[in-house]
Design a protein around this ligand. Sequence first.
Ligand code: UDP
Ligand code: MG
Length: 310
Amino acid sequence: MGPELSVVIPVFNEEANLGLLYSRLKHTLDALQVSYEILFVDDGSRDASLAILRNLAAVDPCVRAIELARNFGHQVAISAGLDHARGKGVIVMDADLQDPPEVLPQFIAKWREGHDVVYAIREQRKENMFKRAAYAVFYRLLQRVANIEIPLDAGDFCIMDRRVVELLTSMPERNRFVRGIRSWVGLSQVGLAYERQARNAGRPKFTFTRLVRLALDGLVSFSYLPLRVITMLGLTVSFVSLVLALFYALKKLTVGLNPPGFATLIVAIFFLAGMQLITIGVIGEYVGRIFEEVKRRPLYVVRRTSDGQG
Ligand code: UDP
Ligand code: MG
């Protein structure tokens, strides 16, 4: 029999946070007086994190550690955690204490009221202005273009009912944008506002390019808008060329044609070549994802689990 709660925590080089995280989490969970497991997913850490996790798993029977064979990325680490979680309610949180364990009782209370997903809404971010602005733009864009409704400013921090977890783990797709597929499920979902803390120690693992990649994943896997945009673009350019053709024909018939300038030509060629490359790029984003999906490789490789399973 599984415990009442599972807490899934992806860990990548978090040696400086694990001790504090564990003690704060333990304190919060013990106060709830329910059975629980803390499931750390080591995403190929290269620092002492792994040793710390092994140690925690050895001394505390509530702790399980899943070691991935290399760094597979945050979203995949979460998926691995969900696959291994056994609780009736499954919590997903970051290891850097940006998601404070102390708010968990509120999440659990909401879940017990019968909601299938209770996700955190980041009220105030403690990140720099640029990053905040980028996030704000991204979430609003996604909201507008996605085929499903992905709530604004909702991160991965959440509690999900067993039912939802089972749906997520049965989804075959390799491109994991957890908060997207989580909303896709539907059922009863509510947001809970909390104050996103600053990272406790260490540096964020998400560089700018990785965030851009995550954003692209979100956009491409949940909307056809980029494809529609290029179709519209093609139509517009064709229309403009038709108007131009008419204009030059009329000009030839009336005032006579003087040869058009080199500059116009070169600009037109560059413009169209640019458009075509962008178009191929957009299609490529989708084709690449199709390629990724049809290969049907496993999502991740587990090197070892603390309980010797999986
Ligand atoms: N993480 C991971 N694999 C990665 C990158 C990050 O498991 O390749 C974990 C990391 O240890 C942390 C969480 O994902 O628990 C969020 O990472 P981070 O704090 O760097 O992201 P941010 O808060 O900037 O979104
Ligand atoms: Mg963080």
